[in-house]
Design a protein around this ligand. Sequence first.
Ligand code: C2E
Ligand code: MG
Ligand code: MG
Ligand code: MG
Length: 291
Amino acid sequence: HAKEQGRNNYQFYERRFSTSVSARLNLENRLRRALERDEFEVYYQPQVETATGEFVGLEALLRWRDPEHGLVSPDEFVPVAEDSGLIVPIGEWVLRTACRQNQAWRSARLLDVPVAVNLSARQFDEHTLLGTVAAILDETGLPPQRLELELTETLIMRNPELTAELLDAGKRLGILISVDDFGTGYSSLAYLKRFPIDRLKIDRSFIADIETEPDDAAIAQTIIAMAHTLRIDVLAEGVETVAQLRMLRNWQCSAYQGYLCSHPLPTHEMTALLRGLRAAHMLGLPEVGHA
Ligand code: C2E
Ligand code: MG
Ligand code: MG
Ligand code: MG
């Protein structure tokens, strides 16, 4: 039985965190307790320049270390955290933790790149969002240009007026803005151009089959070319093979994220990786992330 669970974690959680009202309430209570008991963790995944293999950013990804079920992925609990509003304090915790950690890596001279934090609609609706961001930057000492906020297309397009206002204020603060899961929602690049967006992240569903599906390859290549025209930076999500990386590099997609370089790592493992990279760099060895 345990073996079966190990093989299929998803079904395991599907069964545990079922969708019945009482189960959702139970999960909600457990999430509230998790926040009080400090059971959340932030993992970090490198964002890599396709041309050089250098790290150009990190994405902060939330995890829950549930004492009962072990490490739980955000897809299993973020929807409930959003419905209950708990994503607001949890999201603020992620923001503070990621900014503090990024500043620690900068201070240790291990890395000096932006950390990207995912934002949910509920946080976006809080009128205090940018005040919170500014306070956290101030408190942690992280320069604004070393923080990036990731918003989905759906969130951006839901209320274009509010989005424009918030993003303009974000720009005045000096932070970076990126569009997550690009291509899965409804928006046009031309429309997006009206917002101060620094970067598009092409959803991994378009990247997965670029080697074998000419349509997917055409879509990815077209998004990259249009982003170039509009002078928006572009990153491919979910890159797992050298062949995919080679295609993306040929299309001049500037950066990628994916298991090819690294899974998301807990803080101590990321620190160890960065130390190793710095040591290699000092010896004049090529970057490890370069495939
Ligand atoms: P996302 O922002 O699109 O994050 C990328 C997801 O793709 C991550 O899943 C990452 O582990 C996964 N990934 C990275 N490289 C590869 C690859 O090569 N292949 C495959 N198959 N997957 C890859 P993760 O960490 O489970 O996060 C899932 C989603 O949960 C995120 O998607 C994001 O929408 C949400 N999320 C994560 N952290 C937070 C957070 O702090 N706040 C909010 N509101 N949402 C979060
Ligand atoms: Mg993201
Ligand atoms: Mg994404
Ligand atoms: Mg996503």
